[in-house]
Design a protein around this ligand. Sequence first.
Ligand code: GLN
Length: 549
Amino acid sequence: MAKYIFVTGGVTSSLGKGIIAASLAKLLQARGLKVTIQKFDPYINIDPGTMNPYEHGECFVTEDGAETDLDLGHYERFLNIFTSQANNVTTGRIYQTVINKEREGAYLGKTVQVVPHITDEIKRRMLQLGKSAEFDIVITEIGGTVGDIESLPFVEAVRQLQWELPEEDTLVIHLTLIPYLRAAKELKTKPTQHSVKMLSQEGVHPDIIVCRTEKELTPELRRKIALFCNVKLEAVIEAADAQTIYEVPLLMMREKLDVISMRKLNIVTTKEPELSKWKEFLDKLKYPKYRVTIGLIGKYLELQDAYKSILESFIHAGAMNECQVQIINIHSEFITDTNVAEKLNGLDGLLVAPGFGHRGVEGKIVAVKYARENGLPFFGICLGMQMAAIEFARNVLGLKNAHSTEMDPHTNEPVIDLMEEQNAVTLKGGTMRLGSYPCVIKENSLAHKIYGTTSINERHRHRWEFNNKYLADYENAGMVASGKNPGTNLVEIIELPSHPFFVGVQYHPELKSTVENPQPIFVHFVKAAKAYAEKKSETKSPLLHGELN
Ligand code: GLN
């Protein structure tokens, strides 16, 4: 039987509950415990798949094809494990299950209510992952902020579980903010006191309070928080702002978050956390020897969270190359034939991002053309790969009207077309090609060199595909389909052997990059950008352009 840790949040949203949960999980995992994390989100959508990135940031996709909250990406990147549909539950999904059961007659004769029927379903799902012997500890992050109407049933479920399970099998951590008032030159604990009071009124008392703060918590402040929030002094944990999220596990270790958690859960281990690989990564990240500049061509650039996994993949791949990867966001809508050289000036590599709909696609196509013609390392992901295929069709194969039927349903050159099975799809939620699919790689291709194997699995989230009717024309003109789905022959990877680095992938490689296993295409793309930067500098100055001093 596993033990359960619940993480709630107070005062404000965006305090980084996911990072605190993932950091604690990392420390416990580094002590030899088997840990997983799940997130319960209080919104009514069945999953975030139908939300636009401006609403909810990136939609993270798991191996089993679940469209989930981006915090699951942090869990996977920190823990180097796979999560699944079971790791992300929303209010919508809970209600859907209960309502379906009601229609089936499972509650015949009864009035179906929030308590106990909704809370029972929440509890069932909270305990689910801990039922197998697979995990010693299940951490549950409760989305939203304590005091919100919609998170009440989740807090109530935690209250009931604390009552039902043995004392040493549950632990509640509350993450709050200790704001600094510049005018008073003081950190303020009152919002935290109120938030803990609110949580207590809902029946849950935290065992540990993690305090986000810009300034150091003095011993007096810690005492004050402990006294007024009724927790042990040692259970007041400082979470200072960190330079990078990857430093947070070490900050939490210094604050003994893992030790105090294990004490409450009655877990005895003499093993100290084994974090040598993590620290090695952190060292490389903090003290890079080189720098490259990569242009990220997308359309949700105002929001960092929209391309979260891509940005994190660059951090992993950069560290592996001892290279700082500076990302320049470039709005595809504003790129034209006349300004492209100026817009992409100074870049060492170009990444064309995933996306949906027609806004900004022509700018992406112009950017791909520039990269192809100028030997600038290019990496296209999903829509980015489709844009590379369209660009090649228009400008190399001479098919001027080439397009994707997503943007131009009546094009007479549909080089990107809807998959057969997608034609009949009418529902929007969860109906894309989702999750992990196999891909067979052509021997001696660049993809083969990158992956070091001919058989891979990568995750998908799209409806449109490369149209195989045009494949022979592409290959005759020098573009190689170096990865294909073995069952359906769908093209998964395209590359240009005549170019220093030109790779487009229909899948989402960024979803599988972790600190311990940086994604190989990102690693090689950064390496290619480094080589490009060096070559550029040789022609300009004797100093290595990419080298930091
Ligand atoms: N809109 C494209 C499709 O559905 C690409 C999707 C994506 O980039 N994730 O095929």
